[in-house]
Design a protein around this ligand. Structure first.
Ligand code: CP
Ligand code: NVA
Length: 323
């Protein structure tokens, strides 16, 4: 792999992202087949924000691979206050074999990865949520049987989840549409990167303020909360701004008849999505949540086991992914 760490979808080549999806699929198909692969390896999980899915799937995932996890709460480490990121990294690299970190400032995970000799996995920052994007495309691939050329519409806030979805969509040759209220768009540099990568893979990235335009004829409708962790004080204001971007049955009907609905969860039902959409047969949100487990097992296997699994050639991968 290009990187010893998993910090951003951007850090990898398209074939490496495809490879991780394929490995995840193998892991899902053979739940006990890798049960000794990370025997006695320990993953330190640093959480500076709450979590259900990330915590449970990394914890269960490392156990299913034969290893252990340690949950380190904000009260225990107090990163950068009780102890510097450098000192935490230098301690942990002597005690554990991998670090998963969920924090606010993306620079913290970058710094941790630079200081630590062991793999560091981004479990969500204000900037990105790459593990989520892997599970998202894993789920879309399962549902649609291919990825290239699909129209994926993210409707809501130009946030961490939207950014990673856009990066992964560009890596995988899909057409990502982002519909946000004015002033809540993703930053221009991220969009520029996605367009450049898309030019190589056949993907596109379109930004709009019109949710109907984004949803029209889409294969996937995706949304996330309007106020992310750390933005609680803005929640009331955002409710008004984002109301026209609610994914309800009318908006969902703009998409293809077999379109699927995705949400990273947790969902605020009645805000960004209505119950009839999230509970509909075409909502795959719980399959998507389960796929966090399989795709993160693939990430841990690859990063913590190193050369264990060889990367096959690009052509072969493309055939597999897009078959
Ligand atoms: N989707 C996701 O990352 O969920 P948690 O915040 O519960 O980990
Ligand atoms: N955008 C959300 C995602 C939660 C998984 C947040 O950062 O709170």
């Amino acid at each position: 792999m290009t990187s010893k760490d998993f910090l951003s979808i951007r850090d990898f080549s398209p074939s490496e992202i495809q490879y991780l999806l394929i490995l995840g699929r193998q892991v899902k198909a053979d739940p006990t087949g890798f049960s000794a692969s990370l025997r006695r390896e320990t993953l330190a999980m640093i959480f500076e924000k709450p979590s259900l899915r990330t915590r449970v799937t990394f914890d269960v995932g490392i156990q299913q691979l034969g290893g252990f996890s340690l949950y380190l709460s904000p009260a225990e480490i107090n990163l950068g206050k009780r102890e510097s990121v450098y000192d935490v990294a230098k301690n942990l690299e002597r005690m554990v074999q991998g670090i998963m970190i969920r924090t606010f400032d993306h620079d913290i995970v970058v710094q941790m990865a630079r200081c630590a000799s062991i793999p560091v996995i981004n479990g969500l920052t204000n900037y990105s949520h790459p593990c989520q994007a892997m599970a998202d495309f894993f789920t879309i691939w399962e549902a649609k049987g291919h990825l290239e050329g699909l129209k994926i519409a993210f409707i809501g806030d130009g946030n961490n989840v939207a950014r990673s979805l856009m990066f992964a969509g560009a890596q995988l040759g899909t057409n990502v549409w982002l519909a946000t209220p004015p002033g809540y768009e993703l930053d221009a540099e991220s969009v520029r990167w996605a367009r450049e990568r898309g030019a190589e893979t056949g993907g596109t990235c379109t930004v709009t303020n019109d949710p109907e335009e984004a949803a029209s004829d889409a294969d996937v409708i995706y949304t996330d909360v309007w106020a992310s962790m750390g933005q609680e004080t803005e929640a009331e204001k955002r409710k008004h701004v984002f109301l026209p971007y609610q994914v309800d049955a009318t908006l969902f009907r703009q998409a293809k008849r077999d379109a699927i609905f995705l949400h990273c969860l947790p969902a605020h039902r009645g805000d960004e999505v209505t119950n009839d959409v999230i509970d509909s047969p075409r909502s795959l949100v719980f399959q998507q949540a389960e796929n966090r487990l399989h795709s993160q097992k693939a990430i841990m296997l690859e990063l913590m086991k190193g050369e264990f699994i060889k990367l096959p050639g690009l052509v072969e991968l493309r055939e597999l992914v897009h078959a």
